[in-house]
Ligand binder design. Sequence first.
Ligand code: BT5
Length: 303
Amino acid sequence: MLTALADGPVTGPVLADDLDVSRAAVWKHVEALREEGFVIEDAGEGYVLESIPEFGAAAVEYGLDAPFEVELHESIDSTNARARELAVDGASDVVVVAERQTGGRGRLEREWSSPPGGVYASLVLRPEVPPASAPAFTLAAAVAVADAARDAGVDAVIKWPNDVLAATDDGERKLAGVLTEMEGEADRVSWVVVGIGVNLDVDGVSLPETATSVRDLGGSVSRRDFLQAVLERFDDLRRDLNSVVPAWRERTTTLGRDVRVEIPGGVVEGRAVDVEFPGSLLVETDDGTVGVAAGDCEHLRPR
Ligand code: BT5
């Protein structure tokens, strides 16, 4: 409907004919779009799309060069929780988006502050890959967010594995995080949910001490444009998983630094030297090089 309107003016009967629906259905859809904030004028020669809303499910889908369907919530506990429900029901290529979250989560059940103005989105994917490849989606999301933040004028870098940081006067602060969850069988993933939280048009005072936002850093971009950029970049990367690690390497601030990584049941300390597919960090320790699949990473010295 929107695509047809974009080429307007176009009359109701022509729309009905083109879309193979009744004229009453055309009118209903026009009304529904108006309710979502689209300004659709009805000048004598037909409908004209005058402007699109700042944010919304249809607004994000409109002009999006990636095959995702958007489900928008004004407020929700966690977009990842909702995305998991959809995943279990068989959904694919759906993005659950919320204006704010009341129970946003980080890894290990940590809290994710989710005030209005941020971007909170969870992608439901059904990739045909083995479960061992799933971490590559986390890295791909971090690359996509870092690139969108750079386009918005922020000097964004990635900290292994899932943090997007930005340089500020007093060191690097966290701008975004990614939480990936999945279910799979021995040789194949059933679904992956990639949850992305970005501090976009948010005042830093409503965020944890260690955080920053695109707004606080002087960057400027609408949530719609930002989310579209992330989805499009992520879509490119997921179609070619081998391109993820090289892109990640170019944007990371972790490699070459001394790190301390907390892993289940211990700590690995040393120099971070590389990342290997699908996302393991190689750390040079006193006892040789160790590969770390997942953990909490601390940079020991400022760059
Ligand atoms: C993450 O966890 O960084 C993953 C965050 C994923 C959030 C998204 S939002 C959409 C989707 N729905 C969800 O419910 N979650 C996902 P982790 O590495 O564990 O970092 C969590 C830590 O970051 C917290 O313990 C805080 O210290 C800090 N933190 C919390 N909220 C923050 C924020 N808005 N900005 C920066 N840091 C934050």
